[in-house]
Ligand binder design. Structure first.
Ligand SMILES: [Fe+2]
Ligand SMILES: [Fe+2]
Length: 270
């Protein structure tokens, strides 16, 4: 049985009326019946308590279990709360900024890349990266190993001033060495999907890591070009991982692309 996941990001609840997307999203969730919904940050626009409440209620009302990590918009916008209690509202709804989901077939590790003293760019502390690597290594033998964080490890296909997460090469190599097969993120409000060997040549053949950046589910700045609303539907069996990009327009989700990658090098070529 393949594993199905729905990956959403950047809801930005509170910035713009997100209600109209609800019927189409509920229909999609019912149709896909994902094992898990993954939400990679910027659930809210300003990190306010009522925005966190609405975002969590919305995601948790969809049916499947939800795993969420915080984005740079999920912390208080202003000092001193931004620095003294950045994670209180997020943790009130989601318990932790480093969630883990584990079953025999699926092992997901969350990383917190939001940094209160930075507005846009993200970073992952060395200790948090080490914890994530340890958690990945604890995965059941046959489980699909997934990492979720907010900040992107590959760039936007259209223009964006947003830079990838700091030290991304080191983060990617550490997670890959710990067994990560799929790394999910958001932040750029555009879909970008790649396999590590597409941009880092000369890697050992057995290493295969798929990186998928979800488009924004919300659209806080509708006039900004190059930011379609949408999400990713992920399906994985023992041979391959497929990432389907769906965009939202005219009250419906439309499939735009399906990208498939072997779970191990050579697995898809026999
Ligand atoms: Fe965002
Ligand atoms: Fe963001």
């Amino acid at each position: 049985m393949p594993i199905r996941l729905i990956h959403v990001s950047d809801l930005h609840v509170g910035a713009h009326e997100e209600r109209p997307i609800e019927p189409a999203l509920r229909a999609l969730v019912d149709h896909v019946s994902p094992r898990l919904i993954l939400a990679t940050g910027d659930l809210t626009h300003r990190g306010r308590p009522e925005q966190h409440e609405r975002a969590a209620a919305f995601l948790q009302s969809l049916g499947p279990p939800v795993l969420a990590v915080p984005g740079n918009h999920d912390i208080p916008y202003t000092a001193p709360a931004r620095f003294t209690r950045p994670w209180v509202e997020f943790e009130r709804r989601w318990q932790t900024t480093e969630p883990v989901f584990s079953s025999d077939e699926l092992h997901v590790v969350g990383l917190n890349s939001a940094r209160p003293w930075r507005h846009q760019s993200g970073g992952v502390r060395a200790a948090a990266l080490a914890r994530a690597a340890g958690r990945l290594r604890a995965a059941p033998a046959a489980a699909l190993r997934v990492v979720c964080l907010h900040h992107h490890l590959i760039g936007a296909p259209w223009r964006s001033r947003k830079r990838p997460v700091a030290r991304r090469g080191h983060i990617l190599a550490t997670l890959a060495d710990a067994g990560a097969e799929l790394i999910l993120a958001g932040h750029i409000h555009q879909s970008a999907v790649s396999e590590r060997r597409e941009f880092e040549v000369g890697l050992p053949a057995e290493r295969s890591v798929t990186i998928a950046i979800a488009p924004g589910l919300g659209q806080p700045r509708p006039s900004r070009h190059g930011e379609a609303r949408g999400l990713h539907v992920i399906e994985a069996d023992e041979r391959e991982i497929s990432i389907e990009t769906l965009v939202y327009a005219n009250d419906a989700f439309t499939s735009i692309a399906v990208r498939r990658y072997p779970r191990r090098a050579g697995a898809g070529s026999s």
